[in-house]
Ligand binder design. Structure first.
Ligand code: NAD
Ligand code: UDP
Length: 329
């Protein structure tokens, strides 16, 4: 299939482009490079030994989207493009709603116009709010604590309504848990601008000496050791989940959790990183981070069953691959 990957130069998008190319699909990337570098496109081609078509465009630009869709016969869209910094979304809500919602609506609009019937959307476990773990696709969604999370809830609803009104338009909504790690080549990975918000890039920067210590946000949660529990998933497994979702997409709207189904505490993650890489990570316990929940992990059985997809990489590999990428930067 000929797949348009929006945000394909980003962290998850770039790994998914590699997975698509390795599975024999062709890739067109549309990315405005607002949170990525063009060099990533070269790395994707180098790793897969295949060419991709790259457009430096903003996917909220309807004219630019029309041009891409009129120039290429597109079989499906995977829509990663969007902004994801929770704190920034609280400070600049309009910017987040504009970028994340307008992009989704315009892409759906051009898909309908050009008869493109497969649409895969990057959602997030954040839509579950503070539900009871493990999170299941059938649960009622609870309020998220920030505009970023709301853009995911709203995008899911918009795509669902469009698919219900247009039976040929098939949508797969993928709710990611905590993607970490990098491609084994060490060429592509997560390279956030400024001080990282997420734990794994923070830890790798402490390991490198760029940051002094990790701050562990709270040790008084009702979890096994008091620190926050998350479902960390290797980004290459997550990328494979997109290929499975695309290849198994049937009519209608289908929602899948992409996680391992296993919760890991902050202290367990630190221990795994130290073990995998033989590096000590200094840390302090500090106050809870506002908006954080105690535990978040998936019931991933639906994706396992319906997509024939399971994770292959463990926490040690996630830590080893994340560190290999950071060392190369
Ligand atoms: P990323 O920032 O690395 O990638 C997003 C890409 O989209 C970037 O390359 C950026 O330049 C591009 N982009 C943003 N707005 C654009 C626009 N208007 N037009 C064109 N390109 C645009 O982020 P990521 O971690 O790869 O996340 C990809 C998607 O997955 C996002 O939608 C994100 O919300 C979602 N998601 C990520 C996580 C996570 O922990 N990384 C978790 C859940 C969901
Ligand atoms: N965390 C932490 N220190 C940091 C960043 C994160 O202790 O510098 C904790 C956070 O409280 C949560 C877990 O690590 O329990 C994962 O946080 P992250 O921001 O990576 O992902 P989230 O699940 O919040 O999207």
């Amino acid at each position: 299939m000929n797949i348009l990957v929006t945000g394909g130069a980003g962290y998850i998008g770039s790994h998914t482009c590699v997975a698509l190319l390795e599975a024999g699909h062709s890739v067109i990337i549309a990315d405005n490079l607002s949170n990525s570098k063009e060099q990533v496109v070269d790395y994707v081609q180098h790793i897969s030994n295949k060419d991709v078509i790259f457009y430096k465009v903003d996917v909220t630009d309807e004219v630019a989207l029309n041009e891409i869709f009129s120039r290429h016969l597109i079989d499906g869209v995977i829509h990663f493009a969007g902004w994801k910094a929770v704190g920034e979304s609280v400070e600049k809500p309009l910017m987040y709603y504009m970028n994340n919602l307008v992009s989704t609506m315009l892409l759906a609009k051009v898909c309908l116009l050009y008869g493109v019937e497969r649409f895969v959307f990057s959602s997030s476990a954040t839509v579950y709010g503070d539900n009871k773990v493990p999170f299941k696709e059938t649960m009622d969604l609870l309020p998220t604590t920030n505009p970023y999370g709301e853009t995911k809830v709203m995008s899911e609803r918009i795509l669902t309504d469009i698919a219900n009104a247009n039976p040929a338009f098939s949508v797969s909504i993928l709710r990611y848990f905590n993607p970490v790690g990098a491609h084994e080549s060490g060429l592509i990975g997560e390279a956030p601008n400024g001080i990282p918000n997420n734990i794994m890039p923070y830890v790798t920067q402490v390991a490198k000496g760029k940051l002094e210590k990790l701050r562990v946000f709270g040790n008084d949660y009702p979890t096994l050791d008091g620190t926050g529990v998350r479902d960390y998933i290797h980004v290459v497994d997550l990328a494979d989940g997109h290929v499975a979702a695309l290849e198994n997409l049937n009519e209608g709207v289908h929602t899948y959790n992409l996680g391992t189904g296993k919760g890991t505490s902050v202290l367990e993650l630190l221990k795994a990183f130290e073990e995998a890489n033989d590096i000590e990570i200094p840390f302090d316990i500090v106050d809870r981070r506002p908006g954080d929940i105690a535990s978040c992990f998936a019931d991933a059985s639906k994706a396992n069953r319906e997509l024939g997809w399971t994770v292959k990489r463990d926490l040690i590999e996630m830590c080893r691959d994340a560190w290999r990428f950071e060392k190369n930067l």
